[in-house]
Design a protein around this ligand. Structure first.
Ligand code: 5GP
Ligand code: ZN
Length: 111
């Protein structure tokens, strides 16, 4: 999508600190980190949000999930939190599916 910020980061027309990339996925640092390490993992394929997910995306979703511990290990995270905001009321601001990965130190409780 031409007007999508994360597609532009994926296309490298908008700069970002990329920490992980393969054919289908990319992870980069969040511009307003909420933890010592705050990364955003995206599929290169544009999907607005989890609401767009179909069974045909199962393999891509599995690859995203599998990349999370791989990236965490690469970043030497001892533990981490993964968040997916969906829709305006879910706190989603950028409508390109992304997984927040937060860590790098103790995180506040979430219960
Ligand atoms: P959401 O609220 O949609 O789940 O999260 C969007 C995230 O994108 C926010 O944490 C925000 O800080 C981050 N963000 C917004 N604009 C940019 C940008 O231009 N570059 C990077 N790297 N992150 C961004
Ligand atoms: Zn996009």
């Amino acid at each position: 999508m031409t007007d999508c910020l994360f597609c532009k980061i994926k296309d490298r027309t908008v700069p970002a600190e990329i920490v992980f990339e393969n054919d289908e996925l990319m992870a980069f640092k969040d511009i307003h980190p909420k933890a010592r390490v705050h990364l955003l993992l995206i599929p290169k394929f544009h999907l607005d949000s989890l609401d767009d997910i179909l069974p045909a995306h199962s393999e891509l979703l599995a690859k995203l999930m599998l990349a999370i511990p791989e990236i965490a290990k690469q970043q030497q995270l001892q533990g981490y939190r993964t968040i997916i905001n969906t829709g305006a009321q879910g706190g989603q601001i950028i409508f390109h599916l992304h997984f927040h990965i937060l860590g790098g130190g103790p995180l506040p409780g979430f219960h």
